[in-house]
Design a protein. Structure first.
Length: 354
């Protein structure tokens, strides 16, 4: 059976931009004949620590492992085994509750799943917490971010009750233009911060955990225990280093293009883009058609002209509606806002026609 060929993609992690040959060509100038396998990882950790104003940074092969380790350490230090966060927190929503299966931790969902967490939500939690997790931005809400003053207030409340503050910064590079503050100031609010090496950075896989030297030394022990101290991590490090140089300086440009696309979609009225305007380079497109119909329409468009609009369609409590995510990076810069409107109109017409 022939697999439809994708020629253009609005999806951020399109396979078009992840071909090994192309990635290796991007990385070649980052190494020399005498570069050791350990050197790219060491350089990456040093650069991340400096960028985020942290005493130390530690590479992990996955963000799942990095965040579980951070929460395990905060729990053991406090003798508390519950952490709180938004109901859509990535650790709970996408990772099969590994925090519980592997580490015996419990999750306390702090607020309405369709709204950002507030100080009042945290204040209402009656049990002692090991940590509170903030995902910046909140991907499953369309990339929403709390205002800076609100974020500081929430962190201060958590700390006043003995909990650690942990940043799920999987998309922290996308969040920074909204806050318009140095990365070190954002990360400085938290005891530990996880940074993805493949989302905004466009790398292969992997993560970095940043924090003070003592907690990173302890994290290295847990990384070893969990099988994450891999000896040949240099390809993952090189992918991230390339993204730091090439993509991070463009984050404001990507956010501005997302705002322009969302504005055109909302002006057209066929769908609704939310947030309006986007706070980051990602937002959700809410479609007046059923999930299965939109999936079929998307597959038809790939088969007919090779254009991919999304990876995943999200269901809605209203079965006649659904949503998908647009996350702007180099991929979406190839699409003008007007072209995205035309493609989305085509998608909806196909879906509604059945």
């Amino acid at each position: 059976m022939d697999v439809p060929v994708i020629r253009r993609s609005l999806a951020l992690h399109s396979p078009l931009r992840r071909k090994p040959h192309d990635l290796l060509r991007q990385w070649i100038d980052l190494v020399g004949p005498e570069t050791s396998p350990e050197e790219p990882v060491a350089v990456l950790e040093e650069r991340m620590a400096e960028l985020f104003g942290a005493p130390a940074a530690l590479f992990f092969p996955t963000g799942t492992m990095a965040q579980q380790v951070a929460l395990r350490m905060h729990a053991e230090r406090r003798g508390r085994w519950t952490f709180a966060g938004h109901p859509h927190v990535h650790l709970d929503n996408w990772e099969l509750q590994g925090y519980n299966a592997v580490h015996g931790l419990r999750f306390h969902a702090a607020c309405d799943r369709n709204q950002l967490m507030t100080t009042a939500d945290l204040d209402a939690i009656g049990e002692p917490l090991a940590a509170v997790v903030w995902e910046l931005p909140q991907r499953d809400l369309g990339g929403l971010l709390p205002e800076w003053a609100q974020l500081r207030e929430q962190v201060e409340l958590a700390r006043s009750r003995g909990a650690a503050a942990h940043l799920d910064g999987g998309r922290i590079f996308e969040a920074q233009p909204y806050y318009d503050r140095p990365y070190a100031q954002i990360a400085g609010l938290f005891d530990t911060a996880y940074v993805s090496l493949y989302k905004g950075l466009g790398g292969v896989r992997g993560a970095v955990l940043v924090g003070d030297a003592e907690i990173m030394a302890e994290a290295a022990v847990w990384r070893k225990r969990l099988g994450g101290a891999i000896p040949d991590a240099w390809p993952l490090a090189l992918g991230a280093l390339a993204g730091l140089d090439r993509l991070v300086p463009r984050m404001s440009e990507f956010r501005d293009h997302a705002v322009a696309i969302a504005a055109e979609l909302n002006a057209d009225g066929t769908v609704r883009a939310f947030p309006d305007p986007p706070q980051t380079s990602l937002f959700h497109v809410h479609v007046p058609a059923a999930k299965a119909a939109v999936e079929r329409a998307g597959a038809q468009m790939i088969a007919e002209h090779g254009t991919q609009l999304f990876y995943k369609v999200r269901s809605s409590p209203d079965p006649s509606r659904c949503a998908f995510e647009i996350s702007v990076g180099e991929n979406a810069m190839e699409f003008s806002p007007a072209e995205v409107v035309e493609l989305v109109r085509d998608l909806v017409e196909r879906a509604q026609a059945g």
